[in-house]
Ligand binder design. Structure first.
Ligand code: C2G
Length: 130
């Protein structure tokens, strides 16, 4: 089974790793769409700390990840699923229900987020410790 998931993966942390490992465990080929800088700015109102090239480099180096591509638009999920012939879409449960309409082309699975860690929190802690 081919699994696809998406994310920004900025300031890569263990919550990112855990969801990728769990996503990989649902199949035998994991494809990851990494949000471009432009998409991230549109989504979160700020540029990621790490560049798109570095974020893709980090994610593609993980042993649980087989393929990485730049995710240019949130609206293109259906196209990406078809293009990469994914059987399962995995998203964190912060997106619960948001992609149920894609259930006609693949299984849609929401996995629980790892508690108490986020890029925003890391940035805040680092900022306050300066
Ligand atoms: N995540 C997690 N636990 C955390 C933090 C993040 O499981 N403590 C998961 C998120 O649920 C997501 C993935 O890690 O599935 C990547 O997180 P983000 O980089 O924050 O992704 P996001 O900006 O929400 O991008 O098309 C959808 C977007 O690209 C998702």
């Amino acid at each position: 089974m081919r699994v696809i998931t998406f994310g920004t993966f900025d300031v890569f942390h263990v919550g990112h790793l855990k969801i990728l490992e769990r996503a990989a465990g649902l199949g035998d080929h994991l494809i990851v769409g990494v949000s471009t800088d432009a998409l991230s700015i549109g989504k979160k109102g700020r540029a990621p700390i790490y560049s798109e090239a570095d974020r893709m480099h980090i994610v593609s180096a993980l042993s649980c990840v087989d393929e990485v591509f730049p995710e240019e638009s949130l609206e293109k999920k259906r196209d990406y699923i078809l293009q990469y012939e994914a059987d399962i879409l995995v998203m964190g449960d912060d997106w619960e229900g948001r992609f149920d309409d894609l259930g006609d082309v693949c299984d849609v699975v929401y996995l629980p987020r790892t508690p108490s860690i986020s890029t925003t929190e890391i940035i805040e802690v680092v900022r306050q410790s300066r």
